[in-house]
Every structure is written in C-alpha cells, then in structure tokens.
Design a protein around this ligand. Structure first.
Ligand code: NAD
Length: 287
C-alpha cells in the first residue's frame, strides 16, 4: 500500500518520506497529544492507520497493534518517518493473552499508557440474517468485535489508573443505532454490544479520570466496506440514505478520534460519538 504512495523528497535531509496524508506532514512540537502514549488496534489499515498518522503528527508516542504484520510495520515506519516514536505489536485482540501483552509492551516501552483506541473489527462476508448466518460467523464476529474490545479495556484500564487517568475510544458503528435491510446480523449485534459496554465502562470509571467513549462511524470508503460494495448498484443502495450523498473517509473519522483522545474532550464521556454524514439523522434525504 505505502509503496504505491507518492514520494516526497525532504528539503532538509534529502530523506525520502512517503506523502500519505492531506494534513500536516511533520510532528508538531506542541501538538494536541504532546507527551501522550497511545495504543491503537487495527492500525494496519483504514481508520486505525489514518488515526496512527494523525496522532503521530499531534505528538503522541504510539503502540500499533494488528494481525497484518506487513502493513502494520509499514505504518510504524511511516510514523517514524514523520519524526514520532512507534512500535508495532502483533496481537489478535480476540485472545486475552495477546491483549494483555500489547498493554504490557506499551508500559515497558514508554513507562505509561494514556490513550487506547480499541478499533480492530471485522465484517464477515457470510454474515447475513438470523436464519442464514452460521454459528462460526457469529462466534468469530463476537470474538473479535466484542471480546476484543472487552479485552482491550480489561488490560488497559489498570494501566490508565497507574497513569492517573486517560481516554479510551471504542469503535462501534452507526449500525448500533439503525437497522439495515441489507443484513449483517452478527456485525450489527456486535456493534450494539460495544456501544452499551462503553457506556457502562464510562460510568464505572468516571471518577478515576478515565473517559470512555464509543465512536460510531457512518459508512466509509475503506476496505472493510468497499470489498462488498463493488458495484454502483450496491453503493447507491446505501448512498441514497446518506444526506451528504457520499461515503466518509478514514481521515474524517481520525479527526473525531483525535478530539476524543485529547484533553479538549475533558468533559465528554459515555458518549455515542457519531461521525456519520448525517445518516442517523435522516428521514428523507436531499435529491
Ligand atoms: P479495515 O478492514 O480497513 O481495518 C481493520 C483492521 O483490523 C485491519 O488492519 C485488520 O487486519 C485488523 N484486524 C482484524 N481482525 C483483527 C484481530 N483479531 N486482531 C487485531 N487486528 C485485527 O476496517 P476499517 O474500516 O478501518 O474499520 C475499523 C473499525 O471501524 C472496525 O471496528 C469497523 O467495524 C468500524 N467501522 C467501519 C465502518 C466502515 O464503513 N468502514 C463503519 C463503521 C464502523
């Protein structure tokens, strides 16, 4: 993926750095996450990748987690090329031992953990309605999308307590709010679980200076969705319901995550944070 990006020759060092983002290209000295340590799951692709690059530019030191090691290491290298610190950790978030290990590595490497973005998730190709969806598809979806978020919180919360507080952002989805006649029953149920789990965690830990928010992206132009919506007909079946008339970009979601991660959202916890192009607000959309 990175190999396909344009290359930009820096006028300072003649070093080749990938030109990936549309925003600032270097780490800011007094960025919105300066001095913070952030762990991001699902960092190899889509929302996780764009958030990693944005967090780096805003001054965070990063632990990037995924099961796609090749792309994860490429994102880590891109972060380092921006001038920030990053380590890549292979962890399957559905395995408690892996989640425990990723948090332990964060504290060992940087001495603390301040921000956790539990973002890894799947949408299985055979996920359909209740009659046709198999037990295997249901279990796999729940293990990654729900147990993975539980595991991330289970091991990160003690680390945030040791750091004196912090911010957790769990990726749910607009489908936690809306039903769709193009069903993915396991995925939808999993995102509803993330939303309600996040709300309860926020209340439990509110007086420990730990904020927990659920990010609910709308339909995006990332691999997760576009691998299914591979015809104009399939795309338009969804787009008619989006007031803005387009899919969102991963960078637009990353900007929402940055707000929730930073101290700018210091009075925001337990929220259903929608970044969805207005889809959950619409009865009738513009022509
Ligand atoms: P993506 O497929 O581009 O990225 C997901 C990443 O998670 C991949 O790098 C993948 O390797 C990783 N991953 C999958 N299983 C894992 C596991 N067991 N352990 C660790 N990492 C694992 O998808 P995306 O669009 O960036 O989605 C990120 C999150 O946003 C997901 O939770 C998804 O459900 C949610 N979301 C996406 C959309 C959308 O339209 N794309 C909308 C709403 C919510």
């Amino acid at each position: 993926m990175l190999a396909k990006t344009n290359l930009l020759r820096s006028s300072f060092s003649c070093k080749i750095v990938p030109k990936i983002n549309r925003g600032f290209s270097e780490v800011k000295n007094n960025g919105r996450l300066a001095g913070k340590v952030a762990l991001i799951t699902g960092a190899s692709s889509g929302i996780g990748k764009e958030t990693s690059l944005l967090f780096a530019r805003e001054g965070a030191n990063l632990v990037l987690v995924d099961i796609d090691d090749k792309r994860g290491n490429e994102v880590a290298q891109a972060v380092k090329d921006l001038g920030a610190k990053a380590i890549y950790v292979h962890a399957d978030v559905s395995k408690l031992k892996d989640s425990e290990n990723m948090v332990a590595i964060a504290e060992k490497e940087y001495g603390k953990l301040n921000i956790v973005f539990n973002n890894a998730g799947i949408s299985h190709a055979d996920d359909d309605n209740a009659v046709t969806t198999t037990e295997d598809v249901w279990d796999m979806t729940m293990n990654i999308n729900v147990k993975g978020v539980f595991a991330g919180c289970k091991y990160a919360i003690p680390a945030l307590q040791r750091a004196g507080g912090g911010s957790i952002i769990n990726t749910a989805s607009f489908v936690a709010i809306l039903g769709a006649a193009t069903p993915q029953i396991a995925y939808t149920a999993s995102k509803g679980a993330v939303l309600s789990m996040t709300r309860e965690l926020a209340v439990i830990h509110a007086r420990e200076n730990i904020r927990v928010n659920a990010l609910c992206p709308g339909p995006l132009r990332t691999e997760l969705l576009m691998k299914y919506l591979n015809t104009d007909e399939k795309k338009n079946r969804r787009l008619v319901h989006v007031p803005m008339g387009r899919f969102g970009e991963a960078t637009e979601i990353a900007n929402g995550v940055l707000f929730l991660a930073s101290d700018e959202s210091s009075f925001v916890t337990g929220s259903t944070f929608l970044v969805d192009g207005g889809i959950t607000a619409a009865y009738v959309t513009p022509l």
